[in-house]
Design a protein around this ligand. Structure first.
Ligand SMILES: Nc1ncnc2c1ncn2[C@@H]1O[C@H](COP(=O)(O)OP(=O)(O)OP(=O)(O)O)[C@@H](O)[C@H]1O
Ligand SMILES: [Mg+2]
Length: 461
């Protein structure tokens, strides 16, 4: 058989097996993956550095007066100039001529000043009820590549631009969110892993207290659990190049949790393995330290995702408007139902037996969000999906924007990219995709806080 010169044939005709064999390398052994991984790691570092400053750390760019007045503070440029002139102690920005550039810290200072001095009819500061805990938002879908990390990262940045104190927790051992946030994670001890181990350790301590009372020998603690018991969530938090975004990062070793959690559960069947992250957020005071906690999850319904879902008040489920993503997302809801229903059933059986109150999982809201939307091609399918998922759907569809790709090449979010790199229309449209995503999620967050506040007030009466 020789390759045919007939160029009308499709490319999969006329393949010569002998020539094809000659192009193959020797069979691949396990070690070859190590080599590929080493090349990958080197390339990754090179690429990641493109978005980094020369000293290897990520820095947040400055924001122009145009951007501040257009997007960040509801104030006219002339008024802002007057306020700055009258108050030389306020940050004056950098740059020649009319346009000045400010850091986000400076913008937050200006916003606080305007809020304290300015007209009370203007929304200088985003609303948040006093005394209520942070809202925890999980972004999840077991389908991969649907835009979970992009959505989660942009929500974090939007919330930060709005002045909220944000904590991002990366639960995906791929560590994409950690890269976007410029996080440095050495091993699993700087990820959420010790929080899960600690929760199991706490459970064992309680169990051993019971055993001691009953005269049964204690369960042994291994080194991992002993070490984890000394870790506080605050030890795991790192700052980012955003002044008001902190991070608990992830890296490959976090995947180990998926093997370890079921082993622990086998050691003590009564350990509520889904509650470890909830306990860590509650006990560590993190719900008071932050306004919004965002959880980015891996494309799987494993133990880390289950912990994220159990800890979340609000669940965002990104999906593309394609048949396969719709199908897969429907199955994801089915898996959520069976997972959480079986947890409730098992727990409540034991609780009824012990005369304890029953548990029930509850979320403030769930929003399926169409991502990478192409109105020209996908409007019909999106309408069908909307009809089936009903109030589980966000009303806004996050448009496909080339800016995500371009910004991501630099390991940047859209909000981190300088608007001067883009044509103004492209910038405005690209940014709108994520501004509107935030508007929708923010509305769910504020609504949930408001509802909690009303409930608290009613209970206090
Ligand atoms: N609105 C958008 N417009 C254009 N491209 C997008 C948009 N949102 C996400 N993408 C691109 O889609 C790809 C997948 O996105 P992302 O990594 O956020 O998905 P994911 O669900 O987190 O993936 P994984 O399941 O691997 O964690 C990325 O290349 C990202 O740049
Ligand atoms: Mg992801």
């Amino acid at each position: 058989m020789t390759s045919s010169g007939n160029s009308n044939l499709p490319p999969y005709f006329g393949i010569d097996p002998a020539e094809a064999a000659a192009r193959l390398s020797e069979p691949i052994d396990t070690a070859r993956f190590a080599k590929a991984a080493a090349f990958g790691a080197k390339g990754r570092d090179d690429l990641a550095k493109r978005g980094y400053s020369p000293d290897g750390r990520k820095r947040l760019r400055k924001f122009s007066t145009w951007e501040i007045c257009r997007y960040l503070i509801p104030v006219a440029p002339a008024h802002l100039r007057r306020v700055l002139k009258a108050n030389p102690d306020l940050p004056q920005g950098e740059g020649e001529g009319g346009t000045k550039w400010f850091t986000l810290e400076e913008i937050l200072t200006l916003r606080s000043y305007l809020d304290a001095q300015g007209s009370s009819s203007k929304e200088y500061k985003s609303w948040r009820p006093e005394g209520l805990p942070a809202k925890v938002v999980a972004v999840a879908n077991f389908k991969g590549g649907v835009g979970k990390t992009s959505t989660c990262a942009h929500l974090a940045m939007s919330a930060a631009l709005d002045g909220y104190r944000v904590l991002v927790i990366d639960l995906d051992s791929q560590g994409s969110m950690t890269s976007i946030m410029g996080g440095q994670v050495e091993d699993e001890w700087q990820t959420c892993f010790p929080l899960l181990a600690k929760d199991f350790g706490r459970h064992m301590e309680a169990e051993n207290a019971r055993r001691a009372a009953a005269g049964t020998p204690p369960l042994p603690f291994d080194e991992t659990i002993k070490e984890a018991l000394t870790v506080s969530p605050r030890n795991l938090i790192q700052g980012t190049h955003w002044p008001n975004i902190d991070l608990i990062g992830a890296q490959l070793n976090l995947y180990w949790a998926e093997f370890q959690v079921p082993v622990w559960r086998m050691q003590s069947r009564s350990w509520p393995l889904w509650d470890a992250l909830t306990h860590a957020l509650d006990d560590g005071g993190l719900l008071d330290d932050y306004d919004i906690i965002l959880l980015d999850t891996p494309p799987a319904l494993g133990y880390l995702t289950i912990n994220a879902l159990a800890a979340a008040d609000i669940l965002i489920v990104p999906m593309g408007a394609s048949f396969l993503e719709f199908d897969s997302t429907g199955r994801f809801f089915d898996m959520l139902y069976s997972t959480f229903a079986s947890i409730e059933e098992g727990e409540n059986r034991a609780r009824r037996r012990d005369g304890l109150p029953e548990i029930k999982f509850e979320w403030d809201a769930v929003r399926t969000l169409i991502t990478r939307f192409d109105a020209g091609q996908q409007a019909d399918l999106a309408n069908v999906i909307q009809a089936y998922f009903g109030d589980f759907m966000a009303t806004y569809r996050q448009d496909m924007t080339a800016m995500v790709g371009q910004a991501a090449e630099q390991v940047n979010g859209i909000y981190e990219a300088d608007h001067r790199q883009f044509n103004r229309d492209t910038y405005v449209r690209g940014r709108e995709a994520f501004d509107r995503t935030w508007a929708e999620v923010k509305s769910v967050i504020l609504g949930s806080w408001w509802r909690d506040m009303q409930l608290d007030e009613r209970e206090a009466e």
